[in-house]
Design a protein. Sequence first.
Length: 248
Amino acid sequence: MRHFTCAFAAAIMLTSTSALAEGGFQTTDSCTDIFENASDIERVMLGAWVTGYLDSVNNTPSTLIRVDNAATVMRNVAAFCESNPQATLIQIVQASQKNTSETAGTKANAEAFLNQFLNPSADRVALTAALKPTEADIRAIYAPELAEKLIPMYEGMFTPDAQIGPKQGQTQVLVWRGTTGSLRDGNPVLEDFPGGYGDVRPYLQGDYPIVRFKFVKPGESIGMAFDGLVHVNGRWVFMPKPWRALGG
């Protein structure tokens, strides 16, 4: 991989032969491919996009977008990419998110959300009903051939009295977080999830946060286990055991 600390100021000069007009990039592309093929102008675009993305997810005041700031951001991203050449751009950027309860889709955010179910006075039926995925949610996460089967499956799962939650004495929640992209790519985090996710890997789409969790008694690791809590379209939804729709 070549070095990515080129003169960003020169990249402001638009020309008719710029790769910007012919190429472009997607955030789910390999960071290695992006950096090796991007024009200087596209690298400035990358720096500005990364800065704005992190401002948004970290709920911080808007950072001043300047060429030198973009160059600094891209040096940091490029260094991470050189250490993780198979990572996608969005995976690298998401790794830079603050892991706080206020940052949507993070592990801490999932833990804070699930802690609602630990409250003895919680309306777990209402909390569970709010997790019902829409057809658009399901289609965002899974390819059409599996989504078509999951839509009726989840519709039938969310009955009026359906609820998830801990058993008596289970006052803590354990959380394992990955993304649909990391599971699809077979990253080590796949081992933290039920084996059925290996079967649905070819159908996973995007790079959405996905969580496996357990309600447990303090100090224990065995408890009420769940999977398929996904952050999509701005909220957490529950899509457990998708491999069951594959049939025999």
